[in-house]
Design a protein around this ligand. Structure first.
Ligand code: BEZ
Length: 389
């Protein structure tokens, strides 16, 4: 073909491209990559998030914003050393449109880096790593859960209000533990308390005995802790078995007793935590969600299920704003930032850093429920330190 013919063909193609109107309803499935733990101490949390996400999609007839949803799944094992490879399977091999994940803060930070570099939309349905909506914040990264600072801070407010003066903290030594302890310490010290000792062990170890002996030796007024999943079950039982429950009140962020009460049994009774969700929130929205979840999955929902459900609601909100046209990224992100979701936890709005601004409930374990006994802090926003958006 001569150069002249090639040039004419290019002009004709360009003219055609500008004269054909854009499709108003883009066809094709939207590829959603679910990167969650299916094995390890957080496996149940990953399962609840997936259930919650899929429940909302099912309620919308299998479509969000008019687009059918196709799933690709990766088990991240809550292992930060495999996180970059795992997220790149979704981004580069599977070419997903959006990633939903994950539970573990260390894994989430690798995901946020990859999402920021590739421009892939990421919605975090649990991991609280402060940096995700702090120094690493980006227009394509959203979170429907919390920052680690938030529940830690709310628990510190409540501990100080209860008049406790001397605390010991105990947690796993990784971002979620250290950031929740930081939030707790900030509020507790502001309220007049002091920290006698910070105790840690590596994630996901559950050999608590030596640390519990140290707690007893310190004789604090209160213990603040962060553990979740299988680790939380063992910690609460060991705390009780060591005889500490009778002498030193145990407090924690709500992950300590969420989705774990069946296994913790009597050991969890009376434990006070704070979280952005409680089992007995008495609203038609929460009741409808809980009933639907129980019927669908033959189990009770927990905070992780709520966060997964809201990740689907947020994606739906963005897609609806652009009539399913995923190419209109900036319009979609703008709409998602302004979203006000009707969440089972209550009204859910987002900060400019894309993190939830939400009420934190004081919860007490009564029977098999984390019952709301008051509000710790209303409309608590993460300080989003280091975020420039
Ligand atoms: C985290 O790693 O961010 C996390 C894990 C489980 C529960 C809450 C937070």
């Amino acid at each position: 073909m001569s150069l002249r013919i090639l040039a004419l063909a290019a002009c004709a193609a360009a003219a055609l491209a500008t004269s054909v109107p854009a499709l108003s309803q883009p066809a094709g499935k939207l590829k959603v990559g679910l990167m969650l733990p299916a094995t390890g101490t957080f496996a149940a949390l990953g399962n609840a998030i997936e259930n919650g996400f899929k429940l909302h999609v099912a309620e919308q007839g299998g479509k969000l914003g008019g687009r059918e949803i196709e799933y690709v799944k990766v088990d991240d094992e809550s292992d930060p050393s495999k996180a970059t490879d795992n997220v790149n399977k979704l981004i580069k091999r599977d070419n997903v449109d959006v990633i939903i994940g994950t539970v573990h803060s260390g894994v989430a930070m690798a995901m946020a880096k990859a999402a920021k570099e590739s421009g892939t939309m990421l919605i975090v349905p649990n991991a609280g790593a402060d940096a995700v909506t702090g120094a690493m914040c980006a227009k394509n990264i959203f979170r429907t859960s919390f920052s680690n600072w938030q529940p830690g801070y709310a628990t510190g407010v409540v501990a100080a209000q209860k008049g406790y003066k001397k605390a010991v903290t105990i947690t796993w030594n990784y971002a979620a533990g250290s950031e929740m302890v930081k939030g707790f310490t900030e509020a507790f010290e502001k309220g007049g308390g002091t920290i006698a000792k910070h105790l840690t062990l590596p994630f996901p170890n559950v050999e608590f005995q030596a640390l519990l002996t140290e707690v007893a030796a310190q004789k604090p007024d209160v213990v603040f802790s962060f553990f979740a999943g299988g680790g939380a079950v063992k910690f609460v039982k060991d705390y009780d078995a060591a005889g500490l429950k009778k002498t030193v009140p145990l407090m924690g962020t709500g992950f300590l007793t969420d989705g774990t009460l069946e296994a913790q049994g009597d050991s969890a009774q009376g434990v006070i935590t704070t979280l952005h969700y409680a089992d007995g929130i008495d609203t038609p929205r929460n009741t409808a969600f809980r009933n639907k979840y129980a019927v669908t999955y033959k189990s009770q929902p927990d905070v992780y299920a709520v966060q997964g459900y809201d990740a689907a609601q947020l994606l739906a909100w963005g897609l609806t704003a652009v009539k399913g046209d995923f190419a209109q990224k900036d319009a979609m992100y703008f709409a998602m930032n302004k979203a006000v979701l009707s969440s089972p936890r209550g009204k859910l709005a987002f900060s400019t850093a894309h993190n939830p601004v939400q009420d934190f409930y004081i919860r007490e374990v009564k029977g098999k429920e984390n019952v709301s006994v008051g509000i710790a802090v209303k409309a608590l926003a993460d300080p989003a330190r280091g975020c420039k958006l």
